[in-house]
Design a protein. Sequence first.
Length: 103
Amino acid sequence: MKSYVRRAAAIAAMTTTIGAASVGVGGQANAFPAQCGWGYQSNGVVAAWCSQGTGSVAAVAGCKNIFNWWTTAVGPYVNIKNGASKVSCPFGYGPQWGGYYLR
């Protein structure tokens, strides 16, 4: 019985030590992109941006042509500190809705 108690105590001590060491190793916390928005520009471009946090944003546009065919256009992911992501619909299509993806 005594060996079981010693093993349990040793495991508990190691777990506590590893847990305490893990807390000190953690890096900086990253904040997910926040305060994000999107809008149409006068030339039909959809732009998306975020003003707080870290990460990237990509503009998204739902595009429709005169035959009522739909497609989705996705702009490049842009670091939120570097400005806005912009996307245009393919030739013959116009933006019907907009939005953004975050990562």
